[in-house]
Design a protein around this ligand. Structure first.
Ligand code: AMP
Ligand code: TRP
Length: 332
C-alpha cells in the first residue's frame, strides 16, 4: 500500500492557496488510502508565535481541515507534537543532512532574509523535521504546493544518504504530488509573491474563515491591470495578477483556464471580479461556517486529534525504533 503524508502549519488561518494547492488534494486522496495529515505545531515554533494563539490556531486549523472534508474515519488527523517519533527521527536526520544542503533552501533564505544571525536554529533545520514527518511513516506520496518541492528533494537526499551510510534499504523514495494549475496561488496584492499566512497584509489573501463581505471587499481591492481579459493563456504571461485571478476562478469552477478565457474574453476586470466573488462566496463561506461549528466544540477536536495521534504512533513507532537500531542506539 502506498502511504500518503502531508502537513500544514497551524499558525494563522488556512487560506485559498492552502486549499487549492494542497488541502483539496488531501481530500481527494482519502478514499481507501488511510493518509496521514498533520498539523505541524513543532514547525510553527521555528518563528516566534504566541503560545495561546498557537494552541487556538491548532484547533481552528483542525476545524478547517474537517470542514474542507478531511474525514477522520478515513484519514489520520493529528498534531505533530503528540507523536514523539517525529523529533526522535528528526535528530537522526540533523546528523545525516549536510549544512550545505540546508543553506541552499530557498524558503530558509526568504524567511531569514538579511537577519540570518538572529533567526532560530530551528528555522534552519526545519526541512530535516519535515523529512522525518514523512519518512517516519515510510510515506511515498506527498501532496503539497510548489513551494515544498525543494524540501521534498532534500528529504530524498536524506533518505538516500541514510541508506547509503548505513548500508540498508530502509527509507523509500518520496514523490511530491503537486496540483499543476494551482501549485502556486499568488498574493492578491502582488502577483510576484505567493499567497501566504505570514504576509502582514490580510488583504493579500482570502482566508477560509472570511465572510461574504470580506471576500467581496478583498477581491474588489485585488490588484489587476486596465486591460480586458484576453482570449488565450499566452497573453497572460506578463500579467501575473490577471493570471492569478483567472486561475483561482478556473480552479474553483473546475474548468480549464482556456475555457474561462473563451467565455470571458473582452470583459474588464471589474465585471470579472464580480463573478469571481460569487464563486468564492459559494465555495469558501460554507467551509468557514462548517469550521465554526467544529471549532465550537474544542473537546471534540482534541478527541479527534488524540485519536489520530494514537493511530499515527502505531505506524511511526516501529519504523523510528528500527532507524534508531540501525544507527546503533540501544533500544529505549
Ligand atoms: P503552509 O501554510 O506553509 O503550512 O502550507 C501548507 C500547504 O499549502 C503546503 O502543501 C503548501 O505547499 C501549500 N501552499 C501554501 N501556500 C500556497 C500557495 N500560495 N499556493 C499553493 N499552495 C500553497
Ligand atoms: N513545510 C510544510 C509547509 O510549510 C509543512 C510540512 C511540514 C509538511 N511537514 C510536512 C508538508 C511533511 C508535507 C509533508 O507547507
Amino acid at each position: 500500500m502506498t502511504r500518503i503524508f502531508s502537513g500544514i502549519q497551524p499558525t494563522g488561518v488556512a487560506h485559498i492557496g492552502n486549499y487549492l494547492g494542497a488541502i483539496r488534494n488531501w481530500v481527494a486522496m482519502q478514499d481507501g488510502n488511510e493518509p496521514v495529515y498533520c498539523l505541524v505545531d513543532l514547525h510553527a515554533l521555528t518563528v516566534w508565535v504566541n503560545p495561546v494563539e498557537l494552541r487556538d490556531q491548532t484547533r481552528l486549523n483542525a476545524a478547517l481541515l474537517l470542514a474542507c472534508g478531511i474525514d477522520p474515519r478515513h484519514s489520520i488527523l493529528f498534531h505533530q507534537s503528540a507523536v514523539h517519533a517525529h523529533v526522535r527521527l528528526a535528530w537522526i536526520f540533523n546528523c545525516v543532512a549536510r549544512f550545505g544542503w540546508l543553506s541552499r533552501m530557498t524558503q530558509f533564505k526568504d524567511k531569514a532574509g538579511k537577519d540570518r544571525e538572529n533567526v532560530s536554529t530551528g528555522l534552519f533545520v526545519y526541512p530535516n523535521l519535515m523529512a522525518a514527518d514523512i519518512l517516519a511513516y515510510h510515506a511515498t506520496e506527498v501532496p503539497v504546493g510548489e513551494d515544498q518541492r525543494q524540501h521534498i528533494e532534500l528529504a530524498n537526499d536524506i533518505s538516500l544518504k541514510f541508506n547509503h551510510d548505513y548500508g540498508v534499504d530502509f527509507f523509500p523514495q518520496i514523490f511530491p504530488r503537486v496540483a499543476k494549475s494551482t501549485a502556486r496561488i499568488m498574493s492578491l496584492r502582488d502577483g510576484a509573491r505567493k499567497m501566504s499566512k505570514s504576509d502582514l497584509s490580510d488583504q493579500s489573501r482570502i482566508n477560509l474563515t472570511d465572510d461574504a463581505d470580506t471576500i467581496a471587499q478583498k477581491i474588489r481591492r485585488a490588484k489587476t491591470d486596465s486591460e480586458p481579459i484576453p482570449d488565450c493563456a499566452g497573453s497572460l504571461d506578463n500579467r501575473p495578477e490577471a493570471r492569478n485571478l483567472i486561475g483561482i476562478y478556473a480552479a474553483l469552477s473546475g474548468v480549464s483556464t482556456d475555457d474561462v478565457l473563451r467565455e470571458h474574453s473582452g470583459k474588464g476586470f471589474s465585471a470579472f471580479k464580480e463573478i469571481l466573488t460569487d464563486i468564492l462566496v459559494d465555495r469558501i463561506v460554507p467551509i468557514g461556517d462548517a469550521a465554526k461549528r467544529y471549532a465550537a466544540d474544542p473537546i471534540e477536536i482534541d478527541r479527534i486529534l488524540h485519536a489520530g495521534a494514537g493511530r499515527a504512533a502505531t505506524i511511526a513507532e516501529p519504523i523510528v525504533s528500527e532507524a534508531e537500531r540501525i544507527v546503533g542506539l540501544l533500544s529505549s
